[in-house]
Design a protein around this ligand. Structure first.
Ligand code: ACO
Length: 344
């Protein structure tokens, strides 16, 4: 038995506006049939004018704290939260980080708060960061949020990205506990390959472009992705990362009840399942209802699966993500008895 970070609260938030495939097809050269068969996505949500990543992060954070309160298996309250880590690649502003403002709006006082930018792997990286700070004794109770508003950086005429991405936020509360408890994070596998940095990128807006003193080239202010190589890399890296973690934790794929992988494309999820030798029932899918919500993807999938009763206490779970950077990462835990809060 050793000190560990234990998941004790889970929340999610989506913006109010849903966009159907049919609505996209009315604006772009695409169809419900193409989007469903090539990605599995049926619906995504987008922020309203003036709404930002921190608005969604605050809503998800509040709900995760409410979930921890309802779970009530420890004596701490949100007043005891002493760390906020926010995974996002669409911060409210390029500077400063978005997390301090989120902590402030949540009434968490002067706790340390910072952003982690690892695109779609951001939530797993943030989870590993917060868990390491808890096991090192630097923090006792952490709010870890994944929030993104990719609708704000997509090219309005790019059918390949607009069909896929949606906005959202998901959050967990971690507390200090023991590795033998349900909810304890049992291990991580993290990696990156900067050789693939150009495959998922916003070319303009950073120091590389700004130092030229020239305005961005046409279209460079938007998010760009090379779908095919990203697809291949996502399958390889989520499968291999999950397998390395399973080996480390001492589980086999057959021991797993659920894999909660980054929700990018249902064909990617099935290919990862095939690589690991999993059955379909072991793979959580919610991208049909929310699309690819980037750093929010894994906690929103957890919330949906737990709320639907597909994820139950005692389940052996692997979380695995892949995204820009390139980055990838996985985490393992036994699912705790918690009640997710996704609506106010
Ligand atoms: N509607 C209709 N046609 C489309 C659409 C659309 N929405 N999107 C692309 N097409 C077209 C293309 O233009 C192309 O047409 P062409 O042959 O005339 O050039 C054709 O469909 C095939 O394009 P592909 O890119 O080969 O299509 P593919 O089946 O690979 O699907 C997709 C594209 C969905 C982007 C897929 O490659 C994918 O899911 N990639 C991985 C995305 C991912 O995992 N992202 C995770 C990380 S993202 C992050 O970190 C932020």
């Amino acid at each position: 038995m050793s000190r560990a970070a234990v998941v004790c609260g889970l929340g999610g938030a989506l913006p109010a506006t849903a966009v159907t495939n049919e609505e996209l097809a009315a604006q772009l050269d695409t169809s419900d049939q193409w989007i469903r068969t090539r990605t599995g996505i049926g619906l995504r949500y987008v922020v309203a004018p003036g709404e930002s990543t921190s608005d969604l992060a605050v809503a998800a954070g509040e709900r995760a704290l409410e979930s921890a309160r309802r779970t009530g298996n420890d004596n701490d309250t949100e007043a005891d939260v002493d760390l906020v880590v926010l995974a996002t690649s669409t911060p409210d502003r390029p500077c400063p980080g978005t997390a301090p403002g989120v902590a402030h709006r949540l009434g968490l006082g002067t706790v340390p708060a910072f952003d982690v930018a690892a695109v779609c792997t951001g939530f797993v990286y943030a989870l590993a960061t917060a868990a390491s700070m808890i096991t090192a004794g630097v923090a006792r109770r952490a709010l870890v949020i994944g929030a993104d508003t990719f609708s704000t950086i997509l090219d309005p005429v790019d059918r390949t990205t607009r069909a896929i991405f949606g906005d959202g936020a998901g959050a967990v509360v971690l507390r200090a506990g023991e590795s033998s408890e349900p909810g304890a994070l049992l291990g991580f596998d993290l990696g990156s390959d900067g050789g693939g940095a150009d495959l998922i990128t916003v070319r303009a807006g950073g120091s590389r472009q700004r130092s030229t003193g020239e305005p961005p080239a046409e279209g460079d202010q938007y998010f760009a992705m090379e779908g095919r190589p990203v697809f291949t890399e996502a399958v390889i890296n989520m499968s291999e990362s999950s397998q390395r973690l399973l080996d480390r934790v001492g589980w086999t794929p057959a021991d797993l009840d659920k894999v909660v992988a980054h929700q990018a494309n249902v064909r990617i999820l099935h290919a990862v399942g095939e690589q690991l030798g999993l059955e379909e029932k072991q793979i959580v899918v919610n991208l049909d209802r929310v699309g690819n919500t980037v750093a929010a993807s894994i906690p929103l999938a957890l919330s949906d699966a737990a709320a639907a009763g597909d994820l139950v206490p005692g389940h052996r779970v692997v979380l695995t993500g892949f995204g820009g950077g390139l980055t990838w990462g996985s985490a393992a835990l036994v699912w705790p008895d918690i009640e997710p809060v996704t609506q106010p």
